[in-house]
Design a protein around this ligand. Structure first.
Ligand SMILES: *[C@@H]1O[C@H](CO)[C@@H](O)[C@H](O)[C@H]1NC(C)=O
Ligand SMILES: *[C@@H]1O[C@H](CO)[C@@H](O)[C@H](O)[C@H]1NC(C)=O
Ligand SMILES: *[C@@H]1O[C@H](CO)[C@@H](O)[C@H](O)[C@H]1NC(C)=O
Ligand SMILES: *[C@@H]1O[C@H](CO)[C@@H](O)[C@H](O)[C@H]1NC(C)=O
Ligand SMILES: *[C@@H]1O[C@H](CO)[C@@H](O)[C@H](O)[C@H]1NC(C)=O
Length: 446
């Protein structure tokens, strides 16, 4: 497609009688430099936590001091960030309490309920919400005093800004380069500690990679689960690889990276999050591959192993742009780039029966990994992970993220758990009897 556009431009130049010079070096897409602005708030589902607030007397918000009740979760935070001094990194713990009210945990271990607002204009929270960490090599302990729902533990080199708005809490946004916190190196883990379901905590790269975090979860029976995160150099390394990919195919992989006002790499957005800021990026990236896939499986079937009751189902296109899978009550039209990167729209919005539910993750994962036209790719999933990302097009963000994972844990796209052998790259740790959550900041402990 790009070649065609260039030819058309050259033809146009010829037609107006200009002499064709040797090709002009076209500038390649590069990283996005942040431009933080106080009060530049963009609210999306990814940086908004809905919730109620406790009271409306802003002069004294209710503070509940840590009582020794079940629901307490001790956290140890190990600072491995090279060169960081005491107080240079802050943690922020927030979520909803069991009544649905927005709550933070302050440095003294108490719950703090920020004053709410019925205004649609976000109001920055003025209370000091930061939990300062010790210097590199030290461990900081903090206990969450009670159950916390839809929680996040943020970490930042510097001070993050949170806002209250009608309906809930506004968090820093990775996709807004003008966010008040955009020039800071920050990241988070997600955490829900529910009275009935227990603790669920995860590290995910489905949206972005920021400050490098890892974790391990110990239960009262002594078992330890880990999701150790990425190597300390992951952001720089992934951005270098993405810039090389742009140099090779011209697509804006390099623009997934954001740089600080001084030009250092800060974070990497997933292609799905990046295209939410630039709808035309990557729009034709998969086009010819999709056409080849749909013509390859005209009458020779693509078999989807549902790994569940429907068994193996066969899918064919009859040479059209609609794929039909045996037993599915919906069909699968050719996806767009946005459908592939998000795996949740167009043919990948699950709206049908159990076959649809099984086909969507497996078909979408196969596009991300570029396995649909490999030998053996007519059965999905079946190829081992060493076949993933070996052909272009594929999701290079996912390829490079996995190369930097310390223990293979952490999804880089939403159906990264699809595998032939039940192997699972989920960065989720769960326990009904958690006794300690340990988090590393700035890279794994060696
Ligand atoms: C938050 O939104 C979810 C989904 O719409 C809803 O189920 C939940 O009740 C809301 N919670 C609060 C506290 O508003
Ligand atoms: C507090 O909220 C209640 C109920 O929404 C309302 O009636 C009252 O006027 C509010 N008070 C103030 C000081 O805003
Ligand atoms: C991560 O955990 C949170 C909290 O339990 C949950 O809401 C979210 O869906 C999980 N995300 C992934 C990608 O597993
Ligand atoms: C699906 O096909 C694969 C490959 O032929 C086979 O190993 C597997 O047992 C089949 N599953 C079922 C449920 O038939
Ligand atoms: C992988 O593990 C996660 C978290 O435990 C779970 O939600 C998901 O269903 C698992 N995927 C598969 C294919 O087993």
């Amino acid at each position: 497609m790009r070649g065609f556009v260039q030819c058309a431009a050259a033809l146009a130049a010829f037609m107006v009688g200009q002499t064709l010079a040797s090709p002009v070096a076209r500038s390649l897409p590069g990283p996005v430099q942040v431009t933080p602005k106080t009060g530049d708030v963009v609210i999306t589902p990814k940086n908004f936590l809905n919730g109620t607030w406790k009271g409306n007397d802003t002069s004294k918000s209710e503070v509940v001091h840590s009582a020794a009740i079940s629901g307490t979760l001790p956290i140890e935070i190990v600072n491995n960030l090279a060169g960081s001094s005491s107080g240079s990194i802050n943690a922020y713990i927030q979520g909803r309490d069991t009544s649905g009210a927005i709550v933070f945990v302050l440095a003294d271990g108490s719950f703090y309920y920020p004053p709410g607002t019925s205004s649609g204009v976000p109001v920055a929270i003025s209370e000091d919400l930061a939990i300062p960490l010790g210097a590199q090599g030290t461990t900081t302990s903090i206990t969450i005093p009670n159950y916390l729902i839809s929680g996040r533990v943020y970490f930042a080199v510097g001070d993050l800004t949170f806002y209250m708005v009608s309906g809930g809490l506004v968090q820093p946004s990775a996709t807004n380069p003008s966010d008040a916190s955009a020039n800071l190196n920050w990241g988070f883990i997600e955490l829900t500690n529910d009275p009935t379901a227990g603790l669920f905590t995860n590290i995910s790269y489905v949206d972005f990679i920021g400050l490098i975090l890892g974790m391990s979860l110990t239960s009262t029976d002594g078992t330890v689960q880990t999701a150790l995160g990425l190597t300390a150099d992951a952001v720089d390394s992934i951005c270098t690889s993405l810039a090389s990919q742009t140099a090779s195919d011209g697509y804006p992989w390099a623009s997934l990276c954001q740089t600080s006002t001084s030009g250092a790499y800060l974070r990497v957005l997933s292609p799905n999050d990046y295209i939410s800021t630039d709808g035309s990026a990557f729009s034709d990236y998969w086009s010819s591959y999709i056409s080849k896939v749909y013509s390859t499986y005209a009458s020779n079937p693509l078999t989807i192993n549902t790994q569940n009751t429907p068994g193996n189902v066969t899918c064919t296109t009859g040479g059209s742009s609609i794929m039909t899978c045996e037993g599915s009550d919906v069909t699968f039209a050719e996806p767009t780039a946005g459908d592939i990167f998000g795996c949740n729209s167009g043919p990948f919005a699950v709206t049908g029966n159990a076959v649809d539910t099984a086909v969507v993750p497996r078909l979408c994962a196969a596009f991300h990994r570029g396995t649909l036209l490999l030998p053996g790719g007519n059965l999905q999933p079946s190829l081992s992970a060493d076949n993933y990302y070996t052909t272009s097009p594929c999701n290079y963000y996912s390829k490079f993220v996995h190369e930097k994972e310390v223990d293979g844990k952490g999804y880089a796209f939403s159906y990264d758990d699809v595998n032939p052998d039940g192997e699972n790259a989920s960065g989720e740790l769960t326990s009904g009897s958690a006794s300690l959550l340990s988090i590393t900041v700035g890279g794994p402990s060696t």
